[in-house]
Design a binder for this molecule. Structure first.
Ligand SMILES: Cc1cc2nc3c(=O)[nH]c(=O)nc-3n(C[C@H](O)[C@H](O)[C@H](O)COP(=O)(O)OP(=O)(O)OC[C@H]3O[C@@H](n4cnc5c(N)ncnc54)[C@H](O)[C@@H]3O)c2cc1C
Length: 287
């Protein structure tokens, strides 16, 4: 199918993007990588009157590593940069590993990091990774910028805390604790498909050789990234990774679909949690 008619702008300055986005008389959408929006327009699931292409705004294509160790990823940075840039592969290996599960190379070379976060498909990897890594979201409109934590940003299916006229300008990842072990595990029907269930895990070892901190965040099991707080706490209190997995299976309430029942997803979530914790622990302890 063909999309409904729309006006197209490709400004090269951020000010112009924000001015166009602030037009309250028309439905305006940003076009980033187009990997979700263009199919939606072709199927007429979306029919924006105005498209504002971010491609020509050079300032948005920056991936900056600041002095305090923060990694800032602008709205024009492609997902493929997460697998390619040494600053990411060395400093945020969990982010690289998770991004490897996004679609195929063709999708990642067009799709943007911020586009995936703003689109917020609940099975997408990047929103779960953003919550796991305590990312900060920088939101911009013609009247200024504000920041939200990743946890506040993701509201529900395809809904984020952006106000009309606002865009996700960049996402900032704080320095990843050097001693943290990490793992990303996912079940999908075929390689490159959206996840049925995925999990990002981070584990730190204390001086006494026990788990001092654990983080488990899932995609595909809820309307937004799901943090398994009970399982995290249990692991810190000495529970086995298998026990933590059982707690996860009890806690999650995924929806079923033609591809996988809710029960199957619950089972997967528990099993992936145990495996991810185990791998992260090995990396944390060099075991
Ligand atoms: C075959 C295929 C397989 C895929 N598999 C996966 C997968 O396994 N996992 C996965 O996570 N994704 C997958 N995707 C989706 C892909 O990751 C998209 O790139 C992503 O969802 C959207 O990013 P984009 O840059 O293409 O955004 P676009 O498609 O351009 O935009 C998506 C939406 O976000 C809005 N938007 C974009 N950027 C911003 C911004 N900076 N601020 C505010 N709003 C913004 C747009 O207006 C639009 O509403 C797949 C896509 C395809 C085509």
């Amino acid at each position: 199918m063909k999309p409904a008619p729309f006006a197209y702008h490709a400004p090269d300055q951020l000010d112009e993007v924000l001015a166009l986005l602030g037009d309250q008389d028309h439905e305006v959408r940003l076009l980033a990588g187009g990997q979700s929006l263009v199919p939606m327009m072709n199927f007429r699931l979306a029919a924006p009157e105005v498209l504002v292409d971010l491609r020509r705004v050079e300032s948005l294509r920056q991936l900056r590593h600041s002095g305090d160790g923060t990694l800032a990823i602008g709205a024009g940075v492609r997902q493929s940069a997460l697998l390619r840039e040494p600053v990411v592969t060395d400093g945020w290996p969990l982010l690289s590993e998770g991004a490897r599960h996004i679609g195929h190379p063709q999708v990642r070379s067009r799709g943007t990091v911020c586009g995936s976060l703003a689109h917020h498909d609940p099975t997408a990897e990047l929103p779960a990774l953003a919550v796991a890594l305590d990312a900060r979201m920088v939101l911009a409109s013609a009247s200024g910028t504000r920041e939200r934590s990743a946890d506040e940003f993701f509201v529900s299916y395809y809904t984020v805390a952006l106000e009309p006229g606002e865009m996700l300008l960049e996402v900032r990842f704080p320095r990843c604790p050097a001693a943290a072990g990490w793992s990303f595990k996912e079940v999908a029907r075929r390689r490159g498909d959206f996840a049925l269930v995925g999990v990002a895990a981070l584990v730190e070892a204390g001086d006494d050789g026990t788990v001092s901190r654990a983080r488990l965040v899932f995609c595909g099991v809820a309307e937004r990234p799901f943090r398994a707080l009970d399982a995290e706490q249990a692991v810190v209190s000495g529970a086995s990774f298998e026990e933590a997995g059982r707690l996860v299976s009890e806690a999650v309430r995924p929806m079923g679909s033609i591809h996988a029942s809710a029960e199957y997803r619950r089972e997967c979530a528990g099993e992936l949690a145990a495996r991810a914790l185990s791998e992260a622990w090995e990396r944390a302890t060099g075991g």
